[in-house]
Design a binder for this molecule. Sequence first.
Ligand SMILES: NC(=O)NCCC(=O)O
Length: 423
Amino acid sequence: MEDRSITENGNREQNPSKVVTSTSNGSICGFESLHHLLRSSLPVDTFQEVSRLIHGMNCGKPLDPITLPAAASSLSSDHDFDLQAYCFQAQKESLREPRIVRVGLIQNSIALPTTEPFLEQRRAIFQKLKPIIEAAGASGVNILCLQEAWTMPFAFCTREKSWCEFAEPVDGESTKFLQHLARKHNMVIVSPILERDVVHGETIWNTAVIIGNQGNIIGVHRKNHIPRVGDFNESTYYMEGNTGHPVFETAFGKIAVNICYGRHHPLNWMAFGLNGAEIVFNPSATVGELSEPMWPIEARNAAIANNYFVGSINRVGTESFPNPFTSGDGKPQHKDFGHFYGSSHFSAPDASCSPSLSRYRDGLMVADMDLNLCRQIKDKWGFRMTARYELYAEMLARYVHPDFQPQIVTDPLIPLVDNKFPS
Ligand SMILES: NC(=O)NCCC(=O)O
């Protein structure tokens, strides 16, 4: 059991004197996150400067932590989940009121071994999530997003078809469970599930269901890009999405969902921005060895380039499966993906970002964000106005044509070998 104490921010912190160096539990040298490691290891001034560089500045200063209601803190200590909250501000405007929305992200590990009956596994995940969602409700969260395929273990590595049983219709069990909580807490909930499209021949999709604050289903978005990398060969299970880049106008702001692997595709991010998103969620499932160096960069870059907020969510823990599988890379077969590293966080259009949730515990990240910041940054940097979309529209139209020729200007002074340019 790790030794932790409560910091001035109300966050759980480890006692540095008891730090363990092993990372086998998913910690970073015994710390819950890079932020905790740096804060505990560096002199205060040095930490502030390092933090300025890593997290940026919001309206010229570091993000302020928010104090959440005692009910939320109690749920976090009773159910052992990380709870953090920060405030992204915007400049005060003369003609517009601030548009402050409270947003939450939940990361979690699965609740039972993958060998247990599917019904029990799903029920246990619902039970585990309930107090975390209640904490979001108690905190006054307006829009909450869960992790990718939150109702199930991330079994796509196995390529075994039995896991398809976890797929459910848009109005299935998980939606019913969340509709009640959405209504109770007047909260929009984004619920990424494995969807079974019964109307279209039982087709399976990787889908985010957008549940309105009155418990209504506003719509769905289906994951656009399917990974074929390492153990993440998910095309065995579901198809490339057919819903485009919808933006959902909710009671609290315009939101969109870029599901997991879609974060490696800048045009995917851009399309949600062009449709007017103010907050884009990136519910994910990814492991340390594959993507951790990309994780803090891609979302932040998307927020900067597209002038919106991004909420990044990754599951936590190591999920072991009954039968071994290979990654098709000649390496030995194995029964798990490796460690899902959590580290959920927010990025803002002004290049600031929050610290991350725990690398190994369940967690709820809350942020207040003044959506006026999106337009303020558009006005400041002019990325939209200077984007020259017509150049790219024309280029892409040529590129997708089978007869496309790359536009290469070759130095005529390169000597020819056998009448050809050397490759
Ligand atoms: N679920 C999913 O798309 N994972 C892909 C891994 C990654 O993009 O890091």
